[in-house]
Design a protein around this ligand. Structure first.
Ligand SMILES: Cc1ncc(COP(=O)(O)O)c(C=O)c1O
Length: 441
């Protein structure tokens, strides 16, 4: 066995080599050098164990290296790794059938991609192509990826946009219905979904609705701070239902970006089910294949069929090994009843975090659905407090718990554990969070 010192030097040595050869643009949340992982835990090259509530940014929904996913990918690697658009293949077809079954309503025809941003681009190419309309409406505070079109949609931070202007045109933004920081200064008692009237302003002042191909929404903002949309407190229906009606009225396609919220993360297969609203097009990635590069766009067949052959493509999209991993991941979610576990573990976490909020005035809001949970930190004036949140996350890491930040000012702690997280692991995380909160109080 190497001595403590030799072991500790391994991480430092890798970080020096990383510094020399890895692009800094793709920065890391933590200077931890991962070695291996299983279930809810990740070990670094020094042998230190972390309880991972980041899960590769909400990707490993069935936990790290689930044995069934590993076996399926191994088996497929020996059978067929790649065939691209040269031929059809069985797993592509089986996965599309399965996605048609677990996604809401009429969604049934799939285009496979490799990453979320790429799939967002594909969804919007599809929307523009079949409507013949140029414009797209997205929400302030949202994150849709790093391709140029996805960057133009993204407004969770100006940091993601600066330096890349001019960004693709024809993109317009409305305020997100973020109740804790209501864009139209309503309170839960007074709210009649006045934020929805911002569409009237948008359509009156900036862009005619008949020129809009698609409205794109993350059903729960992820990077933007784990923000579910307003539900409406005065019998006015939910924001999501109003959005569906607005799109129907104007022939606009409703696109849900379920890249982060999908595959059980919110306690339903897809977050839009919480509001009973079906999009015309849905974008999927992250949790679909437990970390294998895989993403997809699903739409009603009559829409997808209008995208004529050869008008879009991908060399690797729908790769057989990624398909095998996706099929195994979906089966695990189904057979291990992980939607239920996500709801139950999520409600334990939210209730306990709400207790901490009673103790610490710097916790402004606890919110989320299933195992997509945010804890917003505020200063004495109620403004976002990214500085304290940063110290809190460091304290968690030092105690062996990995949590990520999100929100425009990096002021929201994001909890996205594996959907099969155990009660014991939830208790372990809560114990560390309690200590870390006390340390930054
Ligand atoms: C909602 C949402 N859309 C799109 C993306 C981009 O996905 P990818 O990084 O796989 O391109 C992300 C990534 O965090 C996301 O959270």
């Amino acid at each position: 066995m190497p001595s403590e010192n030799t072991v500790a030097d391994r991480a430092r040595e890798f970080l020096v080599r990383d510094e020399l050869h890895i692009a800094k643009a793709n920065s890391r949340y933590f200077d931890i050098v991962a070695d291996h992982a299983a279930g809810s835990y990740l070990w670094d090259v020094n042998g230190r164990r972390y309880l991972d509530f980041a899960m590769g940014i909400a990707v490993n929904n069935v936990g790290h290296c689930h044995p069934r996913v590993v076996a399926a990918a191994r088996e497929q690697t020996g059978r067929l790794i790649h065939c691209s658009a040269v031929t059809h293949h069985t797993l592509n077809i089986e996965l599309a059938e399965k996605l048609a079954r677990i996604t809401p309503g009429q969604l049934s025809s799939v285009f496979f991609n490799n990453s979320g941003g790429e799939a967002v681009d594909a969804a919007l190419k599809l929307a523009r192509f079949i409507t013949g309309r140029p414009n797209i409406v997205a929400f302030k505070g949202s994150f849709h990826g790093r391709t140029l079109l996805a960057t133009a949609l993204t407004t969770s931070k100006s940091h993601y946009r600066e330096g890349y202007e001019p960004l693709p045109s024809g993109i317009f933004h409305v305020d997100h219905p973020y109740c804790y920081r209501c864009p139209v200064n309503q309170t839960p008692g007074s709210c009649g979904l006045e934020c929805f009237d911002l569409f009237d302003r948008l359509f009156g002042q900036l862009v005619k609705p008949h020129s809009v191909a698609a409205i794109v929404l993350e059903p729960i903002l992820g990077e933007g701070g784990v923000v579910p949309p307003a539900t409406g407190y005065s019998g006015s229906g939910s924001y999501m239902q109003r959005l569906r009606e607005l799109c129907d009225r104007h022939g606009i396609l409703l696109v849900f970006d379920e890249v982060q919220t999908g595959f059980g993360r919110s306690g339903n297969w897809f977050a839009c089910e919480h509001w009973g609203v079906e999009p015309d097009i849905m974008v999927m990635a992250k949790g679909i294949a437990s970390g294998f590069p895989m993403a997809g766009v699903i739409a009603r067949k009559e829409l997808m069929d209008q995208w004529s052959p050869g008008r879009h493509g991908s060399t690797y999209g729908g790769n057989p090994v990624a398909c095998a991993a996706a099929l195994a991941s979906i089966s695990v979610i189904e057979e291990e009843d992980l939607l239920r576990n996500a709801r139950e573990a999520g409600s334990v976490l939210v209730n306990e975090l709400a207790n901490f909020k009673q103790r610490y005035s710097f916790i402004g809001d606890i919110r989320g659905l299933g195992l997509m949970i945010g804890m917003e930190m505020v200063d004495a004036a109620g403004a976002p407090d990214g500085e304290r949140l940063g110290r809190f996350l460091d304290q968690c890491r030092d105690r062996g718990l990995l949590l990520l930040d999100c929100g425009g000012k990096d002021h929201v702690a994001r909890l996205t554990p594996a959907l099969n997280v155990s009660q014991g692991e939830v208790r372990e995380a809560l114990g560390i969070i309690e200590q870390a909160l006390a340390a930054v109080a």
